[in-house]
Design a protein around this ligand. Structure first.
Ligand SMILES: [Zn+2]
Ligand SMILES: [Zn+2]
Length: 272
């Protein structure tokens, strides 16, 4: 059970690849003692994926979150958000400008799930075999080229208007739990992180400590503790998010996350 006053701004529900109603996520947040909850389904893209919201459901999603803000407003602060993808592709940008931004979201969690040629985005996030297919076919097997491209895109996530939170900063490690592709200690890896943090520090965005890495995959949060320490050094604010895909996960790993941040001398911030 989380201590009173916690927050999570990264949650999914049945509108995308999560399980459960938005109201159930909010009820779980109240039961966990959270004071603020952000609803952040994967925003639609102009092409099909197995996990983003279909464009035709966006209006209904917006109306439902707005209704929940009214229904629960005296018990918990509910933010109308979405997890939005950064893809350097003019068609995607035009779609986001036309279909998403006019709905006046309170905030976005900005993430990178796609790599490869900008005109043919491929998700590295779905499967380990998909990750390695992209590595081989798009980056000629050069892991430093792939990872550096990932972090260069991550540096540009704040260019999406409305992005307040940087989603799972080192997500590229998702399929690398055994550290077979890279260790994270390589000079090129450290340099890519430094460059990204320098860009983010100037952007005013918040980096999330995303607890989902403890539930599946790398067995450490996103980003890794040493990157959180560098965020602190750069003065980048940190918030704790669960990336819950079901109401039961709403504050998963929060005690551990708070202890880790306390060890690092970091006080988590709220969206405000
Ligand atoms: Zn994500
Ligand atoms: Zn997410």
């Amino acid at each position: 059970m989380a201590e009173a006053g916690g927050t999570s701004y990264h949650t999914h529900n049945h509108y995308c690849d999560g399980i459960g109603e938005i109201a159930e996520m909010i009820e779980a947040a109240i039961a966990a003692g959270l004071s603020e909850i952000g609803i952040s389904s994967h925003a639609p893209l102009p092409f099909a994926t197995g996990w983003t919201m279909p464009p035709e459901r966006l209006e209904e999603y917006a109306a439902e979150v707005r209704e929940m803000q009214r229904r629960y407003g005296d018990r918990i602060k509910v933010y109308f958000g979405a997890e939005i993808d950064y893809i350097p592709n003019s068609e995607v940008t035009a779609f986001q400008e036309r279909a998403i931004f006019p709905l006046n979201f309170d905030y976005f969690v900005g993430s990178v799930h796609f790599l490869g040629q900008p005109q043919v985005p491929r998700s590295f996030d779905d499967t380990e075999s998909g990750f390695h297919a992209i590595l081989t076919e798009e980056y000629a097997g050069d892991i430093s080229a792939m990872v550096t491209d990932y972090y260069q895109r991550m540096s540009r996530v704040p260019e999406i208007p409305g992005v307040r939170i940087i989603g799972h900063l080192d997500r590229i490690k998702r399929w690398n739990a055994e550290r077979r592709d890279f260790t994270g200690d390589e000079p090129w890896y450290r340099a890519a992180i430094e460059e990204t943090l320098r860009a983010l520090a100037g952007s005013g965005t918040i980096v999330e400590l995303n607890t989902s890495g403890w539930r599946k995959g790398p067995d450490e949060p996103y980003p890794a503790p040493w990157i959180l320490a560098r965020c602190r050094d750069f003065g980048i604010p940190i918030t704790i998010n669960s990336d819950a895909h079901s109401p039961a996960e709403v504050d998963s790993g929060f005690d551990r996350a708070r202890a880790l941040l306390a060890d690092l001398g970091i006080t988590p911030v709220v969206l405000g």
